[in-house]
Design a protein around this ligand. Sequence first.
Ligand SMILES: [Zn+2]
Ligand SMILES: [Zn+2]
Ligand SMILES: [Zn+2]
Length: 158
Amino acid sequence: MSLNQVELKKIIQKAEDSCIESGGRLTVKRKNVLMALLSTDMPQSAYEIASYYKETFNEAIPVMSIYRMLKFLVKESLVHKLSSTKKYVACSHIACNHSHKVPQFLICDQCHQVSEVGVQKEIIDALQISVENADFYLNSPELELHGVCRDCHKLSYS
Ligand SMILES: [Zn+2]
Ligand SMILES: [Zn+2]
Ligand SMILES: [Zn+2]
């Protein structure tokens, strides 16, 4: 995400508020991990976050701790984990006031950029019913769709 300082400040403030509301706390370290994800559109692995952390905040954090912090951020819906790639992205709706639809992720297989789009609950409900009818149980209703983003599509078809 290309965010300016004002937008970033607003997002962090919202994130702090929503943690307090749910009884958690956005500690400095958790906040820095969130900042690492907010600084890019590319999904990041815990290892990539750990090295970004070291470079940016001048502190070495064990990858295990990064995982724990990511788990907290995912629980708070501030970060999403992409199961198909085992990487993490910041939620693009942290600063929004409207209620969060079920997130769906469009993953570009060429540049690996991810965008988050909301899907109507009715569509997910219908999907869930047809999945259950096939005697299958979903771990998560989030969809991850692989394809090509606009920029990469332009490049390959121009
Ligand atoms: Zn989200
Ligand atoms: Zn939104
Ligand atoms: Zn792309």
